[in-house]
Ligand binder design. Structure first.
Ligand code: NAI
Length: 326
C-alpha cells in the first residue's frame, strides 16, 4: 500500500510541538523540511557535541534531550540505532508527555523491544530510504524519494494519519508515494542484508582472492579485476536501472554464457540454509539485538577484535601492500 500527498492534511499537525532528538544526517534534514512545511514549534534536543552548534546555527531552539522531550507532542528519535536504548532509558522515557507520538526512522529499536514504551504512546515509523542530504535536497527540489511508513502502537487511534502527515511534511509522500511497511520488516530486511547477504558476498571475494593467488596470479591483477576497476559498482548501478540479470546484456557473449551457466550450475542449498538460519534464529528471534546490546554495554570489544581479525586476511594484506588509502 502507498500513501500520497493527497492522503495528508497538515493543517492541525503543523501546530503541534515537535521535538527532534538528534540533529545529525536525518535529524537536520527532517527538521529543516518540517519547518519549511510550516511547522513552527520545533525544538531540538541534543547532547553537547559538534551537532548542537549546527542546530543553533540553523535557527532551532536547542536544549538538552530530556528538556526537549518533556515539551514534545511529536518526538522524532534520530540518533544512531546503537545509542537509542541507553539514551531512551536515561534521558527520554521518564520525560515523555503521556499522549505523545514517537517517530522512528529505522525499525531496529522498536522491532526488537529495546525501548520501554509507555502504554499511552503512539509509535510510528517514517523511514526514508535515503541519506539525510538526499532527504533535504529532494525536498527543496520538490522531487520524490522512497520512504517506509508504519504504525506500531496506536492507543490514540490516530497514529496512521499522524504518520502520513509527517511523511508528507518531510517530502516523502510525493510521486510514487510512501510504502506501508513495519518496523520488523524494515529492520529484518536491513539486518538480513548486513548479516547474511553481504557476509556471503564478502566471503566470495575472500575465497576468490585466495584461489586466484594460489594459482600464481599477482595481487594487483586480481584486485583490479575483482573491484579496484569499479566494475562491481557499475554492475550494481546497471542492475538497479535495468534489472539484475538484464544488465548482463552490457557484457560480452562469453561473459553472459559464463555467468548464466555458472549460476545455473551453482548449488545454493547450503547458502539458503545458512540464510534461513541467520534470518530466523539470529535476527527475527531477537537474539542478535540482545547480543549486540550486551556487547555495546561492554564497550563493543568484539567489534574491535573483528576489525583486528580482518587485518590478517590475505586480501587486506594485499591492499595494504598496494598502498590503498586506509
Ligand atoms: P547520526 O549519526 O547522523 O546522528 C547524529 C546525532 O545523534 C547527533 O545529533 C548526535 O548528537 C546524536 N548522538 C549520537 N550519539 C549520541 C548519544 N550517545 N547520546 C545522545 N545523542 C547522540 O544518525 P543518523 O544517520 O541521522 O540516523 C538517525 C536515525 O535515522 C537512525 O535510526 C538511522 O537508522 C535512521 N536512518 C538513517 C539514514 C542515514 O542515511 N543515515 C537513512 C534512514 C534512516
Amino acid at each position: 500500500k502507498f500513501f500520497y500527498d493527497s492522503d495528508a492534511d497538515l493543517s492541525a499537525i503543523r501546530n503541534k510541538k515537535v521535538t527532534f532528538v538528534g540533529y545529525g544526517n536525518q535529524g537536520s534534514a527532517q527538521a529543516l523540511n518540517l519547518r519549511d512545511s510550516g511547522f513552527e514549534n520545533i525544538v531540538v534536543g541534543n547532547i553537547d557535541d559538534e551537532y548542537k552548534p549546527r542546530a543553533i546555527a540553523d535557527g532551532f531552539r536547542t536544549v538538552s534531550i530530556s528538556e526537549a522531550v518533556s515539551e514534545g507532542e511529536v518526538i522524532f528519535l534520530l540518533i544512531p540505532d546503537e545509542d537509542q536504548q541507553q539514551v531512551w532509558k536515561d534521558q527520554i522515557r521518564d520525560h515523555l508527555l503521556p499522549n505523545a507520538t514517537l517517530v522512528v526512522a529505522s525499525g531496529y529499536a522498536v522491532a526488537f523491544d529495546l525501548l520501554e514504551l509507555p502504554e499511552t504512546l503512539d509509535v510510528v515509523m517514517v523511514a526514508p530510504r535515503m541519506i539525510g542530504a538526499g532527504v533535504r535536497d529532494r525536498y527543496v527540489a520538490k522531487e520524490p524519494y522512497p520512504c517506509f511508513v508504519s504504525v506500531e502502537r496506536n492507543p490514540s487511534g490516530k497514529a496512521l494519519q499522524t504518520a502520513i502527515d509527517l511523511a508528507c511534511a518531510i517530502g516523502a509522500t510525493r510521486g510514487r508515494g510512501a510504502v506501508e511497511s513495519s518496523c520488523l520488516e524494515e529492520a529484518g530486511i536491513d539486518l538480513f542484508a548486513e548479516q547474511a547477504l553481504w557476509p556471503a558476498i564478502n566471503t566470495c571475494f575472500l575465497q576468490a582472492f585466495q584461489v586466484l593467488k594460489g594459482a600464481g596470479f599477482s595481487d594487483e591483477a586480481i584486485l583490479f579485476d575483482m573491484y579496484l576497476s569499479k566494475e562491481p559498482s557499475e554492475v550494481f548501478e546497471r542492475a538497479s536501472n535495468v534489472g539484475f540479470f538484464k544488465q548482463l546484456k552490457f557484457h560480452s557473449k562469453t561473459s553472459q554464457f559464463g555467468q548464466l551457466r555458472g549460476t545455473k550450475n551453482s548449488d545454493g542449498t547450503a547458502l539458503k540454509a545458512q540464510f534461513e538460519k541467520v534470518l530466523h534464529k539470529d535476527i527475527l528471534s531477537g537474539d542478535f539485538a540482545r547480543y549486540w546490546s550486551n556487547s555495546l554495554a561492554g564497550g563493543a570489544t568484539e567489534l574491535e577484535q573483528l576489525w583486528k581479525d580482518v587485518e590478517e586476511e590475505p586480501i587486506q594484506i594485499a591492499e595494504n601492500n598496494l598502498g590503498l588509502q586506509k
